[in-house]
Design a protein around this ligand. Structure first.
Ligand code: ADP
Ligand code: GN1
Ligand code: MG
Length: 370
């Protein structure tokens, strides 16, 4: 079950890296659903500084070394670009990997786990729920800027760290397989949710069809642009650093915009168990559109025409994934209560319904700003 992280010996892990500092203490950190994340304090010649120490979830990411090759390339490119542009805070505005003792961007422990260490980005934080429209604007602006930067990454195509990650028709197939297997004996209790997903099967292939026909281009995208994957400056709210680069790989710009809508435009958090609380904040949606289009100036007409739809599709896809995991006995996403995945699924499907009810207004907002 993906319910709790085991507590690792971070002092021993940190000793595999070239820290140039003495280990002090470590705590479990953050609210990500995938990796085991720790905040670790070190004493560096008399000054306390902290780092983020992460174990890559190799149940989710089957090729962690390839994943780290991607992360190293993307972060080195970001750092070089920031420096070339004269940024005074280059090391705060991109993740950078602390090298292991043998000069790699990761280290493997005696149990075969792959670990990495990033400097902790200070005076900024990620939000599970937004407080202001300005935060939505700044977050979307930062993800657009990240895509722009990724567009200038030279060299080989990045590895696909999770093949077909946003292939929604394949996500629906996986749901059907989980229903058929019913390995946790839960299918009967979620008949309404299964019906909800099946009724929207035609929506699932819209973006993959546009990609297959060449109307929507493949780009290097982040693919996990949930709100807490961009750190906003504590004072200015500016999006200072895009994090969680594990799924940065070939994708569609629409996946990134859609996931921003999924996480920044609802009236409540992703796991609020009461669907009655869920609606669309059109003001937040407008802030996202404005922020994203202020930096993502490269979109073609098909991408622009599907921005609002992408919000619906990525929410539907995520709901399908939570439902699949619930049916499979909670093997993928971390949970902290037995109903967590089905609560998340119901929440996402309620948001899909709310988007459907507001689609005309959302399309008008996009039209006003494109
Ligand atoms: P997951 O894939 O599990 O979501 P993340 O890479 O998003 O893992 O990290 C989990 C959380 O840890 C983030 O949501 C963020 O709050 C925090 N975090 C990650 N990296 C950093 C960093 N370099 N500086 C500060 N906080 C960070
Ligand atoms: C996971 O890792 P995290 O918590 O930022 C997931 C996303 C989902 C999200 C739902 C690699 O994101 O795809 O949209 O949970 N990441 C992976 O909250 O599966
Ligand atoms: Mg994350």
């Amino acid at each position: 079950m993906a319910s709790s992280s085991s507590i690792h010996d971070i002092r021993t892990i940190a000793a595999l890296f070239d820290m140039r500092a003495d280990f002090v203490s470590a705590q479990v950190y953050g609210s990500g659903h995938i990796n085991d994340t720790y905040c670790a304090w070190f004493d560096q010649s008399g000054k306390r500084i902290r780092y983020v120490v992460q174990r890559i979830n190799h149940n989710v990411f089957k090729q962690p070394v390839q994943l780290m090759e991607n992360v190293e390339r993307v972060t080195q490119h970001a750092l070089a670009t920031l420096k070339a542009n004269g940024s005074r805070e280059a090391y705060r505005r991109t993740l950078t990997c602390i090298p292991s003792l043998d000069g790699k961007p990761y280290a493997t422990d005696s149990a075969g786990n792959v670990w990495r260490i990033y400097p902790f980005v200070e005076r900024a934080r990620g939000y599970d729920e937004l407080e202001t429209n300005e935060q939505a604007y700044q977050a979307a602006r930062a993800f657009g800027e990240f895509q722009k930067l990724a567009a200038t990454l030279g060299g080989e195509r990045l590895h696909e760290t999770i093949p077909n990650f946003h292939n929604t028709p394949k996500r629906l197939e996986a749901l059907e397989a989980a229903i058929a297997a019913d390995s946790a004996g839960r299918a009967a209790e979620v008949a309404t949710e299964i019906e909800f997903a099946r009724a929207r099967s035609a929506d699932c292939s819209r973006i993959t069809d546009l990609i297959a026909s060449g109307e929507i281009p493949e780009r290097v995208t982040h693919n996990d642009t949930k709100l807490n994957n961009v750190l906003l400056d504590d004072v200015t709210a500016e999006g200072v650093c895009v994090i969680d680069l594990d799924t940065t790989m070939p994708g569609s710009a629409l996946y990134d915009f859609g996931d921003m809508v999924r996480t920044a435009a609802p009236t409540t958090r992703e796991d609020d168990p009461d669907p009655a609380n869920i609606g669309v904040r059109l003001d937040r949606f407008e802030a996202l559109v404005k922020g994203y289009l202020s930096t993502a100036t490269f979109l073609n007409k098909h991408e622009l025409a599907n921005l609002a739809f992408a919000g619906k599709l990525l929410t539907l896809e995520c709901g399908i994934r939570f439902l699949t995991d619930y049916l499979s006995g909670d093997v993928y996403f971390k949970i902290s209560r037995p109903s967590h995945n089905i609560d998340r699924c119901r929440n996402q499907f309620a948001f899909v319904k709310a988007i459907e009810d507001n689609m005309d207004a959302m399309e008008k907002i996009v039209a006003a700003h494109r």
